[in-house]
Write a protein of this length. Structure first.
Length: 299
C-alpha cells in the first residue's frame, strides 16, 4: 500500500494532565494585609517515531516543551482592597515567545455579593474563558473559545494552536483573552446546596473601526451551583474530586457595536454579539471523580 497514511506511524504524547508544577509564598503585611507571590509551570514531553513508507526516511525524537508559564503577584490591603498582577509565557505559539502582562486589576468590595473589579481582566463571556489558565482540564482550551471577540473570532483546531482557514476576521485584542474595563461581580449562597454568582461588565472592547465613534463592550453572566460552591471570579477545569458541584451558567450578552468596517457598505459598520450556555459537572465516584463540561454558543 502506497502513501504516508498510517503505516509505521506511532506518536506518543505524554500529557499526564499535563505535567504541572506550582510554587508560591505568602507574606503578612501588618494586621490585615497579605502579599502572595507564585509561579506555575506546565511542561509537555512528546515522543515521535515516524517512518515514511515511500522513502523509508525516519524521523524520531523526544521534544520537551515549556507549554505555559505563569508568574503572579496578588494580595490585599484590609478586607476591602485586593489586587492581582500576572505575567504569562506560552512557548508553543508564535506570539508567546516572551513574557507578557496578562492581568492587572484591583478589586474593591465591602461584601462578597458586591465587588468592583477594575483593570485588565477576563471578560465573563463563558465558563471556559473564566477557567484559570493554570488549571485547565486539557492541554489547551477547546476551539470554540476562538470565536470570542478578544480571541480574534477565529475558528481553532489542534488544541487551540492552529486556525481554521478563512476564519481570520482581522480582529485582535491588545492582550489575548483579556479586556480593559470594570466588572461588577458578586457571590451569594442561598443554602448549603444552592449557590449563585453574577457578572456585569463594561470594557474598552476592540477598537478596530475608526471612522465611526468607538463603542464600549458590554457583558453579563449568571451562574448557579448545586452542592459545593465555586466562589471565585475564575473557575478550575477540574477539582480532582475535592468538590461535588453541578454548575449551570448563562452568558446572556457579549456585545459591541462598530467593531469592524462593513465590507459590503463602506459607510456602515459591523457589530458583534454572542451568548453562551454552559454546564459543568464534577462528581466524586469511588476513589476518583467524573468531570464533564458542555458549552453551546451562538454568535
Amino acid at each position: 500500500m502506497k502513501g504516508v497514511c498510517a503505516i509505521g506511524l506511532l506518536i506518543i504524547v505524554l500529557v499526564a494532565l499535563p505535567l504541572r508544577s506550582m510554587a508560591g509564598v505568602t507574606w503578612k503585611i501588618g494586621d490585615e494585609g497579605e502579599l502572595d507571590f507564585g509561579l506555575s509551570v506546565q511542561a509537555l514531553a512528546r515522543l515521535t517515531d515516524f517512518r515514511n513508507p515511500n522513502t523509508n526516511d525516519a524521523d524520531s525524537g523526544l521534544d520537551l516543551i515549556l507549554r505555559r508559564a505563569l508568574l503572579r503577584l496578588g494580595g490585599n490591603y484590609t478586607d476591602y482592597f485586593r489586587f492581582f498582577v500576572q505575567a504569562a509565557a506560552d512557548a508553543s505559539t508564535a506570539d508567546g515567545a516572551g513574557l507578557r502582562l496578562s492581568d492587572a486589576n484591583l478589586n474593591v468590595h465591602y461584601k462578597e455579593i458586591a465587588q468592583l473589579i477594575m483593570g485588565l481582566q477576563k471578560p465573563p463571556v463563558d465558563r471556559e474563558m473564566l477557567t484559570s489558565d493554570d488549571a485547565l482540564m486539557t492541554i489547551d482550551r477547546p476551539g470554540i473559545t476562538g470565536y470570542k471577540l478578544t480571541s480574534g473570532l477565529r475558528g481553532k483546531v489542534e488544541f487551540d494552536t492552529a486556525t481554521l482557514r478563512n476564519t481570520n476576521s482581522g480582529v485582535s485584542s491588545p492582550v489575548r483573552d483579556r479586556d480593559i474595563g470594570a466588572t461588577l461581580f458578586g457571590v451569594y449562597s442561598f443554602s448549603d446546596m444552592l449557590h449563585f454568582k453574577y457578572y456585569a461588565g463594561l470594557y474598552e472592547g476592540i477598537q478596530k473601526h475608526t471612522e465611526n465613534e468607538d463603542q464600549p463592550r458590554y457583558t453579563a453572566r449568571v451562574q448557579v451551583n448545586l452542592f459545593d460552591p465555586e466562589p471565585g471570579y475564575e473557575n478550575l477545569g477540574t477539582y480532582l474530586g475535592t468538590k461535588r458541584t453541578i454548575a449551570l451558567g448563562w452568558s446572556m450578552v457579549d456585545m459591541q457595536n462598530n467593531v469592524v468596517k462593513n465590507a459590503r457598505n463602506n459607510n456602515g459598520a459591523e457589530y458583534f454579539s454572542a451568548n453562551t450556555v454552559d454546564l459543568f459537572v464534577e462528581y466524586p465516584v469511588g476513589p476518583g471523580s467524573v468531570t464533564s463540561e458542555l458549552s453551546v454558543e451562538h454568535t
